[in-house]
Write a protein that binds this ligand. Structure first.
Ligand code: DGJ
Length: 730
């Protein structure tokens, strides 16, 4: 067991190979957070609680004259509301008497082998050997609201997962208006917040800022985790680098409205919470009812960001992604979107597939436009019937034709959305989310279906399975091209409208689960106008997610860089597209586009027939290279060698095999510089004493290459790809 309990002291220590996490219920049964960091064995860290009387930080009634005991300064394991801690609350409520107090006191605990599951929601999974679980029960004695704090400790992976189950054990209804998945109080340290912001066409841009006195929040209220902020953040010290220094990574396994809040309090202590956004959230708990929060995943590294990322990458590949393609190499695909947009027919698609198959592409994905009256983005969404004007005979002939070329066939859906100009909308206008008496906000002309409704989900399930059963479809791209506004559910009473956003997510997860259970070998790729729902919740169903609608190789450097802090390479949908690039107009060589796309689930998004013979040869080579290095890139360790947010001249990243006998360094000379300085790129993760052959020529020790670096070639011309293959010489 990775969980140590001192019953007498009510002291709980969660222990992983390299980290310790500790909490203790004190004499007033308040659960104090004592420590999270480097492994300290099972030492009692309560000596760190060193408090004084502080004006305007009050004292719980039972503390009597003990004026140095204040919830306002104590590190809490799960912070209270309205009873004297003025910092970020983990929970807020409306009690039967209208008050908002939730005062947590320790009740008891249980432990078990293995990982807890969360009903109806995505979460990490594992066998008994992988994780141990501790459940600590807290209660508000006045109302009878109980909070069960769930912790699974992944000893080998330095990971702790958390969630909270609320149970109303009182007699009156209680309304939850905030329910964080986690709270982390750090008594000392001068922390910076790293987070990943963006917009459509430029997601997950890393920003690092010192915490200010006060609160800082990254969040989404868009009904999806969003392009604008990602449900993942890091606390690190100002000196933390890729290779050294402390950092705490926290990621939510959730795809809807979220908030991650950080506060540096009056004493310089830090609190971090993460969970469902309390804006647009309330949940009525009748007596006896329960509510589960989404899961939060935490890791601590004292060895900088690369160890933190490594902990996350391996854990998510092994314990979050599911299905046939969890480890199996995914087919190299070609997607017709940027090649044709809506303007295609069967011949055009078969022609694209044929050209691609001759170069080694393994699957064609038919994107938007194959159904209903979908000539553009104004109409047709919701009518999941094949448009036989475009695709004569339906999907079977095209799928068969593509299969006959030795390729798989995949299909795009946008199940959650609906066009007003559709038969579905004409039949069921009430299925679209809109507030009675108001005109809804349109986005890309479309509305969104209320996924919280069972009839909506049943309809979508029936339509999608009918399509998927009509032909040999081995892949589905699940898109979602707008954010939710005008939140309202026609099936909820007015006092429960605050539940609509989370019920939408539960409904979405329910439909996804039904589909992946029925088609366990189907490869799902998540998408939301690119990477607008790039999160661990979606990764549970779709092991790859389209990273960004921005396919420009230079832009992708910072998008993929930011994404890599939390998400493994295998999660990143990345394609070679045409030039001039459709988003930026930039022209980059096909080699460079291939090199960048190989740091992901690789594919093409253009008509390869239009390439020159030389470019076609290059594509053939690229596909061979991708397959040759697949194990290295997808199962190895990933290292960010440069920071493209700062370095606009060149970029490099590296993959190292688990046994450290091989490494692949990829990079780009972004801008050429005449008479520029020499550039040495120290590589990482090699065995210091082993000798490595670099590109079959130079032989140097791992030590030399890690400290002296590789000579980054200076070339004339911008956007030039760079590749080094390092192999241990035995
Ligand atoms: C947005 C996606 O990100 C694109 O790849 C494409 O599938 C379009 N939607 C289709 O409408």
């Amino acid at each position: 067991m990775a969980i140590y309990i001192d019953e007498q002291k009510k002291l709980f220590t969660l222990s992983t190979n390299n980290t310790s996490y500790q909490m203790m219920a004190d004499k007033y049964l308040v659960l104090n957070h004592l420590y999270y960091g480097e492994n300290i064995g099972q030492e009692d860290m309560s000596y760190l609680l060193d408090y004084q009387d502080r004006g305007f930080s009050g004292n719980p009634y039972e503390a009597g004259n003990e004026r140095d005991y204040s919830l306002d300064s104590r590190p809490q394991e799960y912070s209270t509301n309205g009873v004297g801690d003025y910092r970020i609350n983990s929970v807020s409520v409306i009690n039967a008497d209208g008050s908002d107090a939730a005062d947590w006191r320790y009740v008891g605990y249980t432990t078990s082998k293995g990982k807890y599951a969360i009903p109806g929601m995505p979460a990490l999974y594992g066998e008994e050997k992988d994780a141990d679980t501790l459940i600590v029960e807290l209660a508000d004695k006045v109302t009878g609201l109980h909070a069960f704090l769930y912790y699974s400790v992944w000893e080998e992976r330095d990971i702790i997962t958390r969630c909270v189950k609320f149970v109303n054990q009182g007699t009156d209804a209680i309304v939850l208006t905030k329910a964080a998945s986690m709270n982390l109080d750090l008594m000392s340290g001068d922390w910076e917040l790293m987070h990943f912001h963006g917009r459509h066409n430029l997601e997950r841009q890393m920003e690092r800022v010192p915490l200010m006195r006060g609160k800082m929040t990254v969040e989404s209220v868009r009904g999806a985790s969003s392009h604008q902020h990602n449900p993942f953040a890091i606390l690190c010290s100002k000196d933390t680098t890729e290779e050294a220094g402390p950092c705490y990574g926290t990621a939510l396994v959730y795809s809807g409205n979220f908030s991650i809040e950080a506060e540096k309090d009056q004493m310089g202590q830090t609190r971090l919470t993460a969970g469902i956004n309390s804006q647009r959230f309330s949940w009525t708990l009748e007596a006896g009812a329960e509510f589960w929060t989404p899961e939060a995943v935490m890791t601590y590294s004292s060895e900088g960001f690369e160890k933190m990322s490594s902990n996350f990458h391996h854990t998510f590949r092994e314990h979050l992604c599911r299905g046939k393609y969890k480890h199996e190499r995914r087919p190299v695909l070609i997607n017709n979107w940027e090649a044709t947009y809506f303007d295609f027919d069967k011949e055009k698609i078969l022609n694209i597939a044929k050209g691609a198959s001759e170069l080694g592409v393994e699957m064609l994905v038919l994107d938007d436009g194959w159904f209903g009256k979908r000539e553009g983005d104004v109409s047709g969404l919701g009518d999941w019937y094949v448009n036989t004007d475009k695709l004569e005979g339906g999907l079977k002939p095209i799928a068969d034709g593509i299969n006959a070329m030795g390729m798989k066939f995949g299909l795009w859906f946008e199940p959650e959305c609906i066009s007003e100009d559709s038969d579905l909308y004409r039949a069921h206008p009430d299925w679209a989310i809109q507030i009675p008496g108001r005109q809804p906000n349109r986005s890309r002309y479309q509305l969104i279906l209320d996924m919280g409704r069972e009839d909506v989900r049943d309809h979508l399930y029936e339509r999608m399975t009918a399509i998927l059963d009509s032909a040999n479809i081995e892949y589905v791209k699940w898109d979602m091209n707008r954010h939710i506004s005008d939140v309202y559910s026609a099936v909820l009473p007015k006092e429960r409208q605050g539940e609509a956003s989370h019920r939408y997510m539960l409904g979405l997860y329910d439909l996804l689960e039904r589909l992946v259970s029925r088609y366990p070998d189907l490869l799902l790729e998540g998408c939301s106008g690119g990477g607008g729902r790039f999160d661990l919740g979606m990764l549970y169903y779709s092991p790859q997610i389209w990273c960004s609608d921005d396919t420009d190789a230079v832009e992708r450097l910072s998008v993929q860089y930011g994404t890599s802090f939390c998400y493994p390479i295998s999660a990143v949908g990345s394609h070679v597209s045409a030039v001039p690039n459709h988003q930026t107009g930039r022209i980059t060589p096909v080699e460079t586009r291939g090199t960048v796309a190989m740091a992901g689930s690789f594919g093409y998004e253009l008509d390869l027939n239009l390439l020159s013979d030389g470019e076609k040869e290059e594509v053939k080579e690229q596909i061979k290279t991708f397959k040759k290095y697949y194990n290295l890139t997808h199962e190895g360790e990933y290292y960010r060698l440069t920071n493209p947010m700062e370095n606009r001249l060149y970029a490099a990243w590296e993959f190292v095999s688990q046994d450290q006998s091989e490494a692949l360094v990829h990079g780009m000379q972004i801008l050429a510089q005449p008479s520029g300085p020499s550039i040495h790129i120290p590589v990482r993760g090699l065995k210091a004493d082993a000798m490595y052959e670099v590109n079959g020529e130079l032989v140097r020790s791992g030590r030399a290459l890690m400290h002296g670096g590789l000579n980054f070639p200076r070339q004339t011309g911008d956007f030039k790809a760079v590749e080094f293959y390092l192999k241990e010489v035995k």
